[in-house]
Ligand binder design. Structure first.
Ligand SMILES: [Zn+2]
Ligand SMILES: [Zn+2]
Length: 87
């Protein structure tokens, strides 16, 4: 099995199938389903696995609801060609 470098988590750089890093801001809290960064659990018991795609990415495509991650802003809706990282 090979790991494509661009499948690494863009925040904590773990390979797919591994738990996100403690300060990863892509990871979702397993308890709240929201961004794990600042979820209030102190990073305990709610880490999630990086799947190789942004959390919810498949659903985003399915429903045509594209979003991008802005620094300090969380996810925001955007045009279909502007999803992913804030640029
Ligand atoms: Zn991560
Ligand atoms: Zn949490």
């Amino acid at each position: 099995m090979t790991t494509d470098a661009d499948q690494l988590c863009p925040s904590c750089e773990v390979a797919p199938g591994n738990l996100h890093g403690e300060r990863c801001d892509v990871a979702l809290c397993a308890v709240t389903g929201r961004q794990r960064s600042g979820c209030g659990h102190g990073g305990r018991g709610c880490n999630t696995v990086w799947t190789g795609q942004y959390p919810g990415f498949a659903e985003v495509v399915e429903y045509g609801l594209y979003a991008r991650l802005g620094p300090g802003r969380g996810w925001q809706k955007c045009a279909a060609d502007g999803y992913g990282r804030w640029t």
